[in-house]
Write a protein of this length. Structure first.
Length: 299
C-alpha cells in the first residue's frame, strides 16, 4: 500500500533518485539496496526513485530492474513512495517496463524524454500518453533536454497534463521562466530535478525535489523545504547557501559517480560502477571530500 499522498504532492515532497548498489564483481546487490533504501527513508525521504539515471538504468537489465523494485518495496514500500524509472527511447520497451513495475507493486512511474532519436513534440505526446495508458499507475514526466536532446515544450506539457494518470513533472530543464509558465498552466505537481535549483523552483511553485544530493543531505533538504513552506525565507536561503558546496561538488562529474564515492566514504552500500561509468580519481575524491566537508557533510 502506497503512503498517503495528495494531488499536490502525489509522491511526497522529498525524494532521492537512488543509486543501484552492486557487489564487488558487478552483480546486483539487493541486500545493499534494501539497506540504503531504509537509510534514506530514515533520513527523511518521502519516496525513492529506482532505476533512474542515477540508478545506472542504461546498464541494468530488465530482470534486474524488476528485482530491484521488488526488493526496495519489501524494505520501505509501507512508508515511502517507490517510483520506478521506466523511460527509454523505445515506446514499446517503456510500456513493457511500466507493466512489469506495476506488477512488481511500484507506486508510480518516472518516464524520461526519449533520448538520442530526437522525436518531435507530437512524438513526445504520443510516447508519454501510450505509457500512461498502459497501466493504472500515476506517472511523473522527466524533462531533461541536456540528456535527451529534446525539451518537452510547455504546450506539450499542458496537453499531457490532461491525462488522468500524468500527475507530475521532474524538471531538469534549468529554465525558471519556462517552469513558471508550465506550472501555472498545467497544474502538474512539479519536482525539482536539478539540486542547485531546488529552492528557486520552490519559489515559482514546485512542490518538492527528486534529488541526487539527498543521498547525503536529506535532513537539510527537508529543513529547507519546511522553512520555505512556513514562510521563513531567510532560513531557507541560509540552508540553500550552506549546501552550495555540496550541490557543486556532487556534480563536478556525472552524479552517480560522485554519489557512489560519497556513500563509500560514509561506509554505506554502493559498490562499483558499470562501464561506461568509471570511479573517481584520487584527486577527484580529495576534491569531493573538500566539497562535502564545506557543506557540513560528515564522512
Amino acid at each position: 500500500m502506497a503512503p498517503t499522498s495528495t494531488p499536490q504532492t502525489p509522491f511526497g515532497r522529498v525524494l532521492t533518485a537512488m543509486v543501484t548498489p552492486f557487489k564487488a564483481d558487478g552483480a546486483l546487490d539487493l541486500d545493499g539496496a534494501q539497506q540504503l533504501a531504509a537509510h534514506l527513508v530514515d533520513a527523511g525521504n518521502d519516496g525513492l526513485v529506482i532505476n533512474g539515471t542515477t540508478g545506472e538504468s542504461p546498464t541494468v537489465s530488465d530482470a534486474e530492474k524488476n528485482d530491484l523494485v521488488r526488493a526496495v518495496l519489501d524494505a520501505v514500500g509501507d512508508r515511502a513512495h517507490v517510483v520506478a524509472g521506466v523511460g527509454t527511447n523505445d515506446t514499446r520497451h517503456s510500456i513493457e517496463l511500466a507493466r512489469a513495475a506495476e506488477q512488481a507493486g511500484a507506486h508510480g512511474l518516472l518516464t524520461v524524454t526519449p533520448y538520442y532519436n530526437k522525436p518531435p513534440q507530437e512524438g513526445l505526446l504520443r510516447h508519454f500518453t501510450a505509457i500512461a495508458d498502459s497501466t493504472g499507475l500515476p506517472v511523473m514526466l522527466y524533462d531533461i533536454p541536456g540528456r535527451s536532446g529534446v525539451p518537452i515544450n510547455t504546450e506539450t506539457i499542458v496537453r499531457l497534463a490532461e491525462h488522468p494518470r500524468i500527475v507530475a513533472n521532474k524538471d531538469a530543464k534549468g529554465d525558471l521562466g519556462r517552469a513558471s509558465w508550465a506550472i501555472a498552466r498545467s497544474g502538474l505537481a512539479w519536482y525539482s530535478g536539478d539540486d542547485m535549483l531546488n529552492l528557486p523552483l520552490l519559489s515559482v511553485g514546485a512542490c518538492g525535489f527528486v534529488s541526487v544530493v539527498g543521498h547525503v543531505v536529506t535532513p537539510e533538504l527537508r529543513a529547507m523545504l519546511e522553512a520555505h513552506l512556513t514562510g521563513d525565507v531567510q532560513k531557507a536561503t541560509e540552508i540553500h547557501q550552506k549546501l552550495l558546496p555540496v550541490f557543486t561538488g556532487m556534480f563536478r562529474t556525472q552524479g552517480v559517480i560522485t554519489t557512489k564515492a560519497a556513500l563509500a566514504l560514509q561506509g554505506r552500500p554502493a559498490g562499483p560502477l558499470r562501464l561506461p561509468m568509471v570511479e573517481l580519481t584520487p584527486e577527484e575524491t580529495a576534491q569531493l571530500k573538500t566539497d562535502l566537508a564545506a557543506g557540513g557533510v560528515q564522512l
